[in-house]
Write a protein that binds this ligand. Sequence first.
Ligand code: GLU
Length: 921
Amino acid sequence: MEMNVISFFNLLVVVILVQKCYSVKKETYNIGIIFNEPSSQSELPLNDTIVRNNIIEKETSVSLSSKVQVVSKIDIFDTSKQICNLIDDGVVAILGPSTYVTSPVVESTCKNLNLPYIVTSWRMTSFEESDVFLNFHPDADKLAKGIADIVRSLGWVGIIILYEEEEGLVKLQEVLKLQNLKRTDNHDFIRVQHLTDGPDYRPLFKKFRNTTENNIILDCKTENILPILTQAKSLDMLDIRFNYFLTSLDAHTVDYSSLNVTANITTIRIFDYNSEEFLNALQKWGITAFEFFKTPLYLTPTSIKTETALFQDALTYLTAALKDLPYLPESKVNCFADDKYMNGFSIINATRHKEDLPTITGPIKFDDFGNRIDFNIYVYTLDEDQLIGTYQALNETMVFARTSEETSLAATSNLKKVKVMVSTRIGNPFLMEVTPQDGQILEGNDRYEGYTKDLMDEIAKNIDFTFELHITEGNLFGSYLEDQKRWTGLIGDLLERRAHLALCDLTITHQRQSVVDFSMPFMTLGISILHKSPAKDPTRTFAFLEPFGTSVWIYSATLYLVVSIILYFIARMTPGDWENPHPCDDKPKVLENIWTLQNCHWATLGTIMNQGCDILPKGISSRFALAMWWFFALIITNSYIANLTAFLTKANLEPPIKNVEDLSKQSKIKYGCLEKGSTEQFFKDSNITMFQKMYTFMKTTRPSVFESENIDGVNRVLNDKKGLYAFLMESTQIEYYVETNCKLKQIGDWLDTKSYGIAMPMNAPYRGAIDKAILELQETGKLGELKTKWWKKKIKKMPCDENNNIDKDDNSNDLDIARTFGIFLVLLVGVSIAILLGLVEFLWNVRNISVEEHLSFWEALKIELKFAVNIWITKKKIKVVASDTSSSSGKSDRSDKADKKSAIHNFLHTASSFMNLNADT
Ligand code: GLU
């Protein structure tokens, strides 16, 4: 647009010529214009208004001309001089300048002279009664209220205000009031930062990078918007996680294409591009410029500044008022006389009360001080320049232009432009690493499988974006480190802007929710106890030993030996046990005592085995000793039987703990949980005495009962042979591990109820879309399907042997082979030893026969075997010698030949007599 002051002289010449031509006597009104720079865009409406009034609408009663002065933006002295020149030329009103530095000079001069003064730029709200002042720019206080209402309507909490000039704080004074003074968390925290030490604002941006606030209100000069946002972009602070609100009413004139913005940027302006009035004005300006000033113009809506639009409206109002006024008496004033302009009040009054004029900037109304109190603020998104809503300043209401559906759609449109980073962690069955097949190279998300990946796939499909899974450092969920004043794991990733979303079995906790936002829950759960199913221990072969402790077994065995020996001595001492070997012989030459050591042991053994014995003592003391032993045996045997039943039947093998109360009341079974997870936090923060007690127990138990991964806790439960470790875990995990391993079982109910959610930076614009996607997945049953897939179908079950496969609800009290196998084993071993002994005895006898009969060993073996294996032969010829040496049955007379027996034979004989008392009788 090539416009300059010279063109106005052309205009004036045209105006004079036209007047002369038509020789119509018209009032000519000079309008004083003050610009701060030559070739201002405001010349467009100025030229257009004058041309339209004087040439196109020929029949108008007044003729207009303009007196333009270009004054310095900051030089007050120069400005006052120029104004006086302008006033000397005889103007009916003064418009401008735009800067609030020099405009007070103009204002005070005009006030002194009662000259109408019309402003079209931002200035503080005027509270001075004035008959000659009007500001077409929205009133500062009303605008501030409007901005605050718009910010509130955006639903922002946690805001960073960046302002460049002091006036910015006036604009944002109402926004500051949005912070609740009785804050309980950081949600509505407002940080205010003055943009000083420019033009490099990156250090300032860095300061805010890792805070929880990601809503930024930027109040700066329009020409600085692009450089500042470029710096934000260089720090990755212009991506989808951030929301920006630009307070400049000219933000639409900036070309943002170089920024490739994915952040959600909201802009405001006070005119609507699509309004008929605006489009008409745009067209008229173009025609005037081309037809009357031969300046071809290409005007786009985005190139029109707010001041230009306001200037047009001010001129429309002023000219309409001038035309309406019947007669303005001549009234000359100058800066140095005391005169007052006579028409000042009537011009301003007529202008103020004009109604129903076509305006670009919407409804116009002024208060008594000349502040514009009626206007509209149009709220747009930068992305596709969509109208969000219109704020009506007069009644302080926001009218939304989009349905909530459209709003959430618009919010997610930016998601499509980026690869969404999803921070997650490895943990069954949420995310597991895929083992590549031979030669297969897995990349990106293909490296993982599990519930998290499938859920994320579904959400991404629903919203239509792409994502990348990224395993968080240390595979941590996210806890706050007091000493380092930072968050770890997934929460840390969100806060330090490494991820857009965080998804795994991440529990929604109030502590986390104070720094990040959570989507609606996708799974509900509670803490419960994971323990080992006792019926499934295959290592209980010698379960029959369990009724007594080792010490009881040792004491009993020792007592058996000691009592047997004592009985032996008592029986030797007591006369009752010295008996006549031949009862028919009245006067026996010898007395016999049958209580050899062997017989003593046999008698005590028979008693404790509940079998009794075929020989019994006859002496008083020996009887008493044995009776005491019987008493002991009675108690011990019955205790054993009672305990054995209790130990071996299923009913009594039920877990020693049935719920958390049981667990908390004992200390034998140790219990722990995942370290630095929500479960530990639950116990730590609990007000319930039982949980507090449990937390103290966990904290003080050594070695530590905490585990860094759930799977470690599960393995610890499994590896503890005696079942003396229980793991407090989230029910979802318990469900999974119980399904994979039949040794595990959940004990008791949930201790609490909570949920998993997808975490994202606070106020993330895509939160609504994620919520909607989860809701849809829930309604269509997809969430349930995924749960079944990863908790039932895709499960890798640990092989369960017979023992472990016992139905957990089986109430049968039967003893199974696994638990009685030891008894069988003892019998088998015992019988095997007996067979071996029998063999040795048999071979020894064969050897003796071979020596005595002068046969070879093999011949003797053959003969003896013949008798042994032939089951039809029940009688054997007794040779003299052979009968003397006794057969293996030991039933022949042996007493005479005893001296011939070798020591080993004696031993074997003793053994056989130990087993069969007839041998010695
Ligand atoms: N889901 C838990 C969290 O988000 C971790 C597991 C636990 O603490 O039991 O912290």
